[in-house]
Design a protein around this ligand. Structure first.
Ligand SMILES: Cc1cc2nc3c(=O)[nH]c(=O)nc-3n(C[C@H](O)[C@H](O)[C@H](O)COP(=O)(O)O)c2cc1C
Length: 399
């Protein structure tokens, strides 16, 4: 691996910006070991909890929304926390750090409503040698019913108090993993910063009900016909994650691990351009395995070299200045469709229908092909999006 992928995350460094998020791919030391061997830069351990906290998972606990070719669009889970004891993880952290000193190993933790239980977990994981702690104040299912997980993350005062208490007892950097199930995530990020956090991880899953079987009336996923709302992840949540990471970047000056729907190196680059220092990935690995890291590392490396950058650090936040209030964006630029490749136009009429029923009725299909009535076109761009043959492109009219 070339050093061009070396990434800085606050006071920490890692060989590349790709980190396994806390979840099934980090459920055991053996799995994390295989992931590091495959080329992952770091891993966040499946959330560790006090041994006395009863964790019993549902079966099944996943549901998927797939496209016509079987590709994953969105994923729901109602899974709880790690099935291993605290002492198991202490041993694994020691062993993993001994064998992979350059990889970032982060311990995700969740105590109960008595915050001293979080302190105890943080001290034990820190003493075992993990590089950072991640406070899971964002799990949206099951745990909030017990007053923890997202029940804490949705309350900035609790986020501040918990972060302060944990930071007071551990010498390792503390990251706070925030929930998107909140009106304004930047308030929670600010509370974490005020509490002394060293960084932010965002986002955890988005609350959802993936679907309902309309014949059996069972919600998805269902256990014996009943279900519970879960957490949404995978490609569908990337736009939500990007927006929240941009909001956090502009609010606090802490390093951010961007999370949500990343399955390609290009997704990761987008998070970094909007202010993340590194990224975490869970669902794409559950669907495709650890091996996706090879194309991710290669793709990111090529992108940086081709554009003359020496590290992912150099592109961090480069797009933030272009994200502006709505009223500031130019009104003089208008896009207009043109049939640039009439030979590939299928004459399917989709653009005409979309423009007639969802736009400005500016397109006409004639025996000679598509005609754009410029006087009616309002420049919304819908026709360009519905054209599957890419026969339409846009020209920009200014002034
Ligand atoms: C099955 C499953 C289990 C998860 N378990 C945890 C967990 O134990 N702790 C945690 O902080 N996040 C957990 N997550 C959330 C992920 O770490 C991540 O924040 C989320 O899935 C969004 O990223 P993705 O779209 O790359 O999956 C879990 C996600 C999934 C899909």
């Amino acid at each position: 691996m070339t050093s061009i992928l070396k990434t800085t995350l606050g006071s920490l460094t890692l060989p590349n910006p790709f980190i396994l998020a806390s979840g099934p791919p980090t459920a055991s030391g053996e799995m994390i070991r295989r992931a590091f061997q495959a080329g992952w830069g770091g891993a966040v351990i499946k959330t560790i909890h006090p041994d006395g906290m009863e964790i019993q998972d549902l079966s099944p606990r996943f549901a998927a929304w797939t496209g016509t070719k079987g590709e994953l669009l969105g994923f729901e889970n109602v899974e709880l926390l790690s099935k291993k004891t605290v002492s198991y993880w202490e041993k694994e952290i020691r062993s993993l750090k001994q064998d992979f000193p350059d990889n970032l190993l982060i311990a995700s933790i969740m105590g109960d409503t008595d915050f001293t239980t979080w302190q105890d977990l943080a001290v034990r994981a820190g003493d075992a040698g993990c590089d950072a702690i991640e406070l899971n104040v964002s799990c949206p299912h099951g745990m909030p019913e017990a007053g923890v997980g997202a029940a804490i993350g949705q309350n900035p005062d609790m986020v501040r108090d918990l972060t302060k208490m944990v930071s007071a007892v551990t010498g390792v950097p503390v990251f706070v993993k925030l929930t998107p199930n909140i009106t304004d995530i930047s308030k929670a990020a600010l509370a974490a910063e005020e509490g002394g956090a060293d960084g932010i991880s965002a986002i955890n899953t988005v609350q959802c009900i993936l679907g309902v079987d309309i014949q059996t009336f069972a919600p998805l996923p269902s256990t014996g016909g009943n279900g519970t709302a879960g957490g949404y992840s995978g490609p569908a949540i990337k736009p939500i994650g990007l927006k929240m990471v941009a909001d956090i970047s502009r609010t606090v000056s802490l390093p951010i691990m961007g999370i949500g729907g990343i399955s390609r190196w290009q997704d990761a680059a987008q998070y970094i351009l909007l202010g993340a220092s590194a990224v975490q990935i869970c669902t794409a690995v559950m669907w495709n395995g650890y091996g996706i890291i090879r194309t991710m590392n290669k793709g990111m490396e090529n992108y940086l070299v081709q554009n003359g950058f020496d590290s992912p650090d150099e592109i961090r936040g480069a797009v933030l200045g272009r994200m502006q209030p709505h009223h500031v964006i130019s009104r003089t630029i208008r896009v207009e469709p043109v049939v640039s490749k009439s030979e590939v136009c299928l004459q399917c009429g989709r653009c005409v229908t979309a423009c007639r029923d969802g736009g400005y009725d500016a397109l006409i299909m004639t025996p000679k092909g598509l005609v754009v009535e410029r006087a009616r076109c309002d420049g919304c761009g819908l026709c360009l999006l519905v054209c599957s043959s890419k026969a339409l492109t846009s020209v920009i009219r200014s002034g």
